[in-house]
Design a protein around this ligand. Structure first.
Ligand code: ADP
Ligand code: MG
Length: 695
């Protein structure tokens, strides 16, 4: 039978129902899938030695003939043991054992020419022996399991390495059908080997240098495709005209001088860039990245005010009701100082609606109407804004706070509310992501970073607390509360089923309110409360009625209470560093010295090192880089879906390669914006578009 790339694996020799099912679990259904199932590491058995030269603990291959092979039972009769002797050309022998493979006596009877790969060790009688070595009969054909760099495949769903290797070897018969899609010039510029060769070498490498070339090529191709996609999206959006927003210089300068603080350099710089972007007739697509508390809100306010001054609408979408309300409050405060013209600001969430004109109460419908007829210029809200019943009059600027919490579809819906003319788009995130990751995940966006914190901030003093020292922490909180300061307590989600963190937070709340701080007011905030109750508790904390607020990690975002100076995190080892850093950012917002206590029952060195990083550094970018390297990209976003790309072979820490592929993708689009000359690549991109929905 001829094997093609499209041949279903179930039609391959030796693949029955069970094996086909197991392969399917690995996402392998066709021969092509097999070829694209890359090994995750290699055993280096490329060194073939004579038996007399064997040394313990050295991974090698020996070749020889089976001179004896027999099965016996272990003393307890549970295990079957196969013992064999192998003799090489020179006449030296070595013994081998395998467990629970009695059929080996049939498979490799005396007289079989065999290659063994493994690491010999001292057995009985202090002689070297092989325990469960890889073995392979020697035919004239090339070996696949021994005597080479042997591929080891990842999670193999009950398939043996031998089975997979065998199947991939079969699949190799179709490798000549693999087509090249990276343009020749790009391949030359970046010294990439061809696709067929790379696939051959990645599975059955000739030697280490060839393997490295194959890895390089396949990593490049993977990242290149992501970058091409980003460039494609960017190109598409640049083709569409946007309505420009003029810079109302005088008014904006007045606004800036009216602020109760001076803007930091980074705030100025990003505000300026955003204003310039909005003056263009192509839509802005920008990400504003800045640590918690770095002051992104005022930058957003400035851009939105500038838009409102053009008599157009600006929308800010927040991830939760609490955050939306807080933005509304900050905005009304910030803009009321401005004295000049009054800009009507609307708030719309599921349970709240407000309009900042004439100190009057409005019905929900009135607020919706004010948004629809253009009376409201600055509109702040949650998902409620993208409901069908809400329409806008003239959106020119859309801002999304904490963008990774919104799906692509929600973003699209918001864009569709603008009658086809795309608004300028700004996305804000407090998750400082390493550059490599930003380029991959947000490759279609321009990036502005606020690195510098406002001047009056004191770094939060952070310490790790083990159960024995917990009382000291409680006493510290007691003294602090006596002085009128407030405390946050964050609880992790302990049980998988407890997705809203009700159980753990409730337990903690009971303990703190009844046993530890009965004299103070303790509040509880978790995901199962009704929005209206969440709001009440939030307000009580903000106004100082609640001294100590116990909250789950689910409701952590964006709360601003400058009088809160202590952050205590239970089970801190369960969180990623970036997430812990975000929690910590909830305190240290006022002038007073703040403290963060990382509670943990774990004494493992790994936990110690990770938490120690948080004690030592206050730079979110450094912490996220550590997270990325140690725990992978998923953790940077807590436990939410983040739209990270799944990579087969490249890694999001391959910064250099990511930069290279971005350059290559930019070059290509510059040379041929419609990819007319690169049909194959264009098709591939369209396929990819259909399959993958990246954020
Ligand atoms: P985030 O970037 O986390 O959204 P915010 O915009 O909520 O941060 O700002 C946090 C706090 O810092 C707010 O109380 C805000 O008024 C204050 N703030 C912002 N910029 C400055 C500044 N340049 N100087 C002093 N305080 C500032
Ligand atoms: Mg914010």
């Amino acid at each position: 039978m001829t094997v093609h790339l499209t041949t279903p694996v179930s039609e391959l020799w030796k693949v029955g129902k069970v094996t086909a099912e197991r392969l399917k679990n690995l996402g392998i259904e066709t021969v092509l899938d097999l070829l694209l199932y890359y090994p995750f590491r290699y055993d280096d058995f490329s060194q073939t030695v004579a038996i007399k030269d064997l040394r313990p603990d050295m991974a090698v291959t020996v070749k020889g003939e089976i001179t004896h092979i027999a099965n016996k039972k272990s003393p307890r009769k549970r295990t079957s043991i196969t013992e064999a002797t192998v003799q090489d050309d020179i006449g030296d022998t070595i013994s081998c054992v395998w467990f629970n493979q009695p059929y080996l006596t049939q498979n490799i009877p005396p007289g079989t020419q065999i290659a063994l790969s493994g690491t010999p060790e001292f057995g009985y009688h202090n002689t070297l022996q092989f325990t469960s070595p890889q073995y392979e009969k020697i035919f004239s054909q090339k070996s696949i399991h021994t005597g080479r760099l042997v591929p080891i495949y990842g999670s193999t769903s009950n398939l043996t390495q031998k089975q997979i290797r065998f199947l991939i070897q079969t699949a190799m018969e179709a490798v000549s059908e693999i087509t090249e899609w990276i343009p020749e010039k790009t391949r030359k510029d970046f010294k990439l080997i061809g696709r067929q060769e790379a696939l051959k070498e990645i599975h059955f490498p000739t030697d280490t240098p060839s393997l490295q070339q194959a890895e390089q090529r396949l990593k490049f191709e993977e990242l290149f495709l992501l970058q091409l996609r980003s460039q494609h999206i960017r190109n598409q959006s640049q083709k569409r005209a946007a309505k420009k927003i003029l810079f109302h210089e005088k008014e904006i300068k007045k606004f800036v001088t009216s602020l109760p603080f001076e803007l930091t350099q980074d705030q100025r710089k990003s505000s300026w860039t955003i204003i310039q972007d909005c003056e263009k007739e192509t839509p802005m697509n920008r990400l504003l990245e800045g640590d918690v508390g770095s002051g992104k809100t005022v930058v957003a306010a400035l851009a939105m005010l500038n838009c409102a001054l053009s008599n157009a609408q600006a929308v800010l979408m927040a991830p939760t009701e609490i955050v939306a309300r807080q933005h509304f409050q900050s905005f009304t405060e910030l803009l009321s100082n401005k004295k000049s013209s009054d800009v009507p600001i609307a708030l719309l969430t599921r349970s709240e609606h407000r309009l900042s004109v004439k100190n009057k109460a409005f019905t929900k419908q009135e607020v919706i109407d004010a948004i629809g007829d253009g009376t409201a210029k600055i509109i702040i809200g949650t998902h409620a804004l993208i409901q069908e019943s809400v329409s806008f009059s003239d959106i020119r600027l859309t801002i999304i706070d904490e963008q990774h919490r919104f799906g692509v579809d929600q973003r699209k819906t918001l864009k569709n509310k603008t009658d086809g003319i795309p608004p300028h788009f700004l996305s804000m995130t407090a998750t400082p992501i390493p550059r490599s990751l930003a380029l991959t995940v947000y490759g279609d966006l321009d990036i502005s970073v606020i690195k510098e914190m406002p001047k009056d901030r004191k770094p939060v003093i952070t310490s790790v607390v083990h159960p024995g020292d917990q009382n000291t922490t409680y006493e510290f909180i007691r003294a602090n509360t006596k002085n009128g300061k407030q405390t946050f307590v964050i609880c992790p989600l302990i049980e998988e089923s407890d997705t809203l963190g009700v159980t753990s937070a409730t337990q903690e709340y009971e303990k703190l309110s009844k046993e530890i701080f009965p004299e103070y007011t303790v509040g509880l905030l978790h995901g199962k409360l009704k929005p209206i109750d969440k709001q009440k508790i939030q307000e009580k904390f903000a106004s100082g009625v609640i001294d100590i607020l116990v909250a789950t990690s689910v409701v952590e975002v964006g709360v601003n209470v400058p009088n809160a100076t202590i952050m205590m995190i239970e089970g801190s080892e369960r969180f990623g560093l970036s997430q812990l850093h975000q929690f910590r950012g909830r305190v240290g917002r006022g002038k007073d010295q703040s403290h963060c206590f990382l509670l943990t029952e774990s004494y493992s060195p790994e936990t110690k090192n990770r938490l120690q990083a948080l004690v030592q550094t206050h730079n979110g970018f450094e912490l996220s880089q550590i997270d990325l390297e140690q725990r992978g990209p998923g953790d940077l976003y807590g436990n939410r879906q983040s739209g990270l790309p799944t990579l087969r072979i490249a890694s999001l820490t391959d910064t250099h390669l990511i930069e290279q592929t971005q350059k290559a993708a930019q070059q290509l689009f510059k040379q041929d914006p419609t990819l007319r000359k690169f049909k194959k690549l264009k098709n591939l991109l369209e396929e990819f578009e259909k399959k993958v929905h990246l954020e």
